[in-house]
Structures are given as C-alpha cells and as structure tokens.
Ligand binder design. Structure first.
Ligand SMILES: N#Cc1c(-c2ccc3ccn(Cc4cccnc4)c3c2)n[nH]c1N
Length: 244
C-alpha cells in the first residue's frame, strides 16, 4: 500500500518512522510519503489560507495549493494510466481522505475497508478547514471521503490521520507479527474485548479469574464471550447487536 499525506506540519509524522508502521515502511509493506502543502504555493510567504467568503471567524485553506499538491501525487501514482478493460479510471483512482468534524465516523469496519485500498491520500486541513471546492472537484473525478475521528473538536487533521494510519496499517497482512492477535480485539467482532490477565496469579490481593487457569478451553471461551457482552452492555450499549 502506498500512503501519501499532505500537511503544513510534515514533521508531525516523523513518529511514523518508528513502531509497527516504521517497520512496515522499512520492509516495503507500506510506502508512506509526507508532502508539505507549502511546497505547492507560489508567493513569497507560502500562503495557504485566506479569509472566509461570507465573513466569520478564522481562516479557510485556499484551494489552489491543495489542487497542485493532489495533482502532483495523482500524476506520480498513475503517471499515464489509461482505463483498461479490467479497470477504469475510477477503480484505479486513489482514495482521497480528508479528516473533518463534518465527516462520517471512522470505525474499525472503515479501517478494514481502507486496508484493502492500494493507494490512500490523506489531506490534513488546519484553520477552519479546506475550501469546499477541493472536495467537490476531486469527488467528480474519483473518490473522496470526509472522515471524523469522533464527536470532539481537534485543531487540524494530523492527529486523525495518525490514528487512521495506525488503525489501517496494522490490518495490512505482514505488518502485525501474529495476525491471530487482530481477531480478538475490541470492535473486531463488533463488541468490546474481554479483560486480559497475565502472571502473577495474585497481585495486591487481586486474583486472576480461576476459569482462566482451569485449562478448560471451552469454559474460557464462554467466560470471555460473556465478559465481552457484559462490558459492551455496560460501556457501549450502542454496539450491542439488535435483539432478535
Ligand atoms: N477528523 C477529525 C476531527 C476534527 C478536525 C479535522 C480536520 C480539521 C481541519 C481544521 N480543523 C479545525 C476545525 C475545528 C472546528 C471546526 N472546523 C475545523 C479540523 C478539525 N475535529 N474533530 C474531529 N473528530
């Protein structure tokens, strides 16, 4: 998978040189490139924002730098791709993802969808957001998704992109050493994960649940499922499957 990130804070993503994503980059599983939006400005001050039409507080990100930056990546990803009988331009088009408070909620299901994409381009907005025409222009030609990390306000898209890259990256085959560990995680089966324990058997007067030390795999599986349902009902009832 190739991932391109457009941001005015490229140094923000230096952390992606380490940990699992860093290893995946070194092994070639992920080809990650970070682009400075200001490299696609043409004035002395590298201006990326301006006042909003219609008035209001804050500044809006100008469309021109975004257009130049995205076009440069699209040209690089598909230099001279012509639609073939197997694919057409839309099928092969990279997916453009813009974090936004107005976006669809990012979920584990969406992470699984994105992990199937050959090319992702993340656009990190700042200020009060990006001129709407950027989204409209590229939605005509290809695929654009506005995605929100949750119902709270961030100062820009970088934190959201970092989270999405981690959530997507770990689902790419070969990135996580033991793929089994991806199966029994919170949200993977729609429920919250069961509580985990390791040695010592007793710690500060707290014992590991005896069933986990029983060696009875059926009983352990049943206990873990019950714990998932109880925890989900208590903490995230919205995730519970509808009663049939
Ligand atoms: N994903 C996501 C987000 C964002 C988010 C994402 C991108 C930008 C670009 C600018 N801002 C500041 C801003 C603040 C208020 C109104 N409009 C814009 C962003 C906030 N906020 N909360 C989320 N879950």
């Amino acid at each position: 998978m190739r991932i391109d990130i457009i941001t005015i804070f490229p140094e923000f993503f230096s952390v992606l040189d380490v940990s699992l994503v860093g290893k995946a980059r070194q092994s070639g599983l992920i080809d990650l490139r970070v682009h400075n939006l200001r490299d696609h400005t043409h004035d002395r001050h590298h201006t990326v924002d301006d006042t909003p039409y219609g008035g209001g507080a804050g500044m809006v990100m100008k469309p021109e730098p975004w257009g130049d930056a995205i076009d440069a990546i699209l040209t690089d990803v598909h230099p001279l791709t012509e639609p073939t009988e197997q694919t057409d331009a839309t099928d092969a088009a990279p997916l453009l993802i813009f974090p936004s408070p107005a976006g669809e909620l990012f979920t584990q299901a969406m992470a699984r969808e994105l992990a199937e994409e050959p090319n992702l381009i993340f656009g990190c907005g700042r200020y009060e957001g990006i001129d709407q025409r950027v989204f409209d222009h590229y939605a005509e030609a290809g695929r654009v998704r506005l995605v929100s990390l949750g119902d709270y306000v961030l100062n820009g898209g970088e934190v959201a992109v970092m989270a999405m890259i981690e959530a997507v990256g770990r689902l790419i085959p070969g990135v996580v050493g033991n793929p089994e560990s991806l199966v029994e995680e919170s949200h993977e089966d729609g429920l919250l994960e069961y509580p985990s324990y390791t040695k010592p058997a007793a710690w500060r007067g707290l014992e590991v649940p005896p069933v986990l030390r029983s060696g009875n795999h059926g009983a352990v599986a049943a206990w873990r499922r019950e714990q998932q349902l109880e925890r989900t009902a208590r903490v995230r009832p919205d995730l519970l499957p509808p009663a049939n």
